[in-house]
Ligand binder design. Structure first.
Ligand code: PMP
Length: 391
């Protein structure tokens, strides 16, 4: 029976990571995997996370099952973090804990399929590598719209023109901040334009908030999302604590559904819990208990999160100014203006291969590099290599 299994390609990202590990060159630089690294090249455990784990080790009372929706305290804090403490009470929402941001996307994909099996998900091009496979695995059709910059900002005319075929009930999948892979984020006025588009067409926004706090800080990063929530009857949100708490392997995220009509919330919750039940019953508690502790120590968390954000910003600016000083093209220098961990180089797959072979610098084949994986002493090497490959 197994002989009839269709051949599947190995995951290209994990394949690159394997190649990087096998590369014997001492000066090699890994800009592939999307994790934050500090100046020593480590992905540190936040101090507040360590404090939470000590506290839990000493105080956790029971490992008995929790609810299908996961850790209630975590869900409460996550709702507030996304929607802000004052607006959370106004907007009626349901948040359930999920297995990372990926789990949230899949739960929401299943939710959409239950409500509207013929809905099309409109995805950015370029986009996050796993969005299309997750939505297709949930049985949904995926179309694309261009996500590119024009004179340093998102070219929203191309977005809206590509979205002209979207129909009522379709899904507009946007990154809440720090677009992966391009680093191009909408301005606030552009978020307002997306809200107007959704209002006029009946298209429903699904906001993937995987990097809140990594762009301009948690509240500014959520400003676009909060505007959508203030304007529309229905907003879906997938969120994650992988990056902003450094809890990657604990797999902690949330699916949130905001409705204007409070009466709809009970059936929303029941359907979300049903989807969880038939997939994994309930999510593991440890990461959520840690995250709930972190959320309730906002000052210490904010200090550590700000440190990560500012390091990424500094590295980005230094890379931008080094490129400029070395006479790089405006297209390359544009990465200085982008947001979050990633930028997309204006390189073909062949050029990315050359970067790897000639300079031992690893990014993904579509040109994505993880700026948050770079150390200060590597900036000049990277800038010189980029200029060499672009010639
Ligand atoms: N959405 C985006 C845009 C991402 O970049 C990622 C992970 N890098 C995720 C979702 C998934 O996050 P998690 O690791 O929490 O599943």
């Amino acid at each position: 029976m197994l002989s009839t299994l269709p051949p599947l390609e190995t995951d290209p990202l994990w394949e690159l990571i394997r190649l990087f590990k096998e590369d014997k060159r001492d000066h090699k630089i890994d800009l592939v995997i999307g994790v934050y690294r500090d100046e020593s090249g480590q992905t540190p455990v936040f101090d507040i996370v360590q404090k939470a784990e000590h506290w839990l080790a000493n105080n956790a009372q029971s490992k008995a099952y929790k609810q299908l929706s996961g850790n209630a305290q975590f869900n409460h804090h996550m709702g507030q973090f996304l929607l802000s403490p004052d607006k959370a009470s106004a907007a009626s929402h349901c948040t359930i804990q999920t297995v990372g941001g990926t789990g949230a996307l899949r739960v929401l994909g299943d939710f959409i399929h239950r409500l509207s099996p013929n809905a099309t998900v409109w995805n950015t091009d370029p986009g996050y590598i796993n969005h299309q496979p997750i939505m297709e695995a949930a049985g949904l059709r995926v179309n694309h719209f261009r996500w590119q910059q024009k004179e340093g900002v998102l070219d929203i005319e191309s977005c809206l023109s590509d979205l002209s075929d979207a129909r009522r009930g379709d899904i507009l999948l946007l990154h809440g901040c720090c677009h992966n892979p391009s680093g191009i984020d909408p301005t606030f006025a552009q978020w307002q334009a997306f809200a107007t588009f959704c209002k006029n067409t009946g298209v429903i926004p699904l906001i993937d908030m995987a990097y809140q706090g990594f762009g301009d800080g948690p509240d500014t990063d959520a400003a676009g999302l909060r505007w959508l929530v203030s304007q529309l009857d229905l907003v879906l949100i997938a969120s994650s604590c992988s990056k902003n708490m450094g809890l990657y392997c604990e797999r902690i995220g949330a699916a949130t559904i905001v409705t204007k009509d409070t009466a709809q919330q009970t059936s929303v919750r029941v359907l979300l819990e049903h989807i969880a039940r038939v997939n994994y019953s309930m999510p593991p508690d440890h990461g959520a208990a840690v995250a709930a502790f972190v959320f309730s120590h906002p000052e210490q968390w904010s200090a550590e999160l700000t440190q990560c954000r500012l390091r990424i910003l500094t590295i980005r600016q230094q890379l931008g100014s080094t490129l400029k000083a070395l006479g790089a093209s405006a297209e390359l220098c544009a990465l200085a203006k982008q947001k979050g961990m990633f930028s997309l180089l204006p390189f073909s797959a062949t050029q990315m291969q050359q970067l790897q072979e000639k300079h031992a610098i690893y990014g993904t084949s579509n040109g994505r590099i993880n700026i948050a994986g770079l150390q200060t002493h590597q900036i000049r090497t990277l800038a010189n290599a980029l200029i060499d490959i672009s010639q």
